[in-house]
Design a protein around this ligand. Sequence first.
Ligand SMILES: [Zn+2]
Length: 252
Amino acid sequence: MAKIFIDPGHGAHDPGAVGKKSKEKDNVLKVGLRLKALLEAAGHTVKMSRSTDVFIPLSERARVANSWGADYFVSLHNNSAVSSASGFETFIHTHTQSKTAGFQAAIHKAIASKIGIHDRGRKRANYAVLRETRMPAVLIEYAFISNLEDEAILINKVEQLAQWTAEGITAYVGGTVKPAAKPTPPKKEAIPLAEQKNAAPSASLAPEVALAKEAGITDGTYLHRTATREEVAAMNYRVYKKLEAEINQLKK
Ligand SMILES: [Zn+2]
């Protein structure tokens, strides 16, 4: 299996491009960490230029990848321009071998077919990390952080971006990416039990709660917690017994 070097751009005092709601350095680090996990699960060895919010100079990133003996290098970035600019694109170095172009094509196809924004194409540029690395190297500009809809993808589709990137890499390098586990929905803030117990009734229902408390139907605790069937049955039983007593009283 291959040695793959993942390079989330920027870091620390260099935020990269900055959007309305996020920074490039954070968005690409999140994707990079997930991408590492997916590639490792597919059997590859992965090293990252950074796995935390630290600053690494461009030449240092290339140097580390070279000395590690990486087989492939993938740099992760967010684009930025005027707010109307949108879309996905990838880069390889201006002068490079056909192997690198094949690697770019595989990654580009996997992401462009899924990301749902304009495909700006496979491009070439004289970027330092592409120029100074000695293995096939691709730089990905996922979308424009300066565009609101693009930025929403960068923030909300971290898992998918990592998944598609991993699929593109393995399509060329080999290995199988397992479908990512369903992202877990954000947990509701747990309210401490003591607080639940002593919660006050909602203003609109306070008279009813006071009456039910007075009648002994509820003890007035845990008002905002979900009731179990058992508790509902108990409350119904108390209402029933109360009515029964009233009726018997009337019969006399
Ligand atoms: Zn960047």
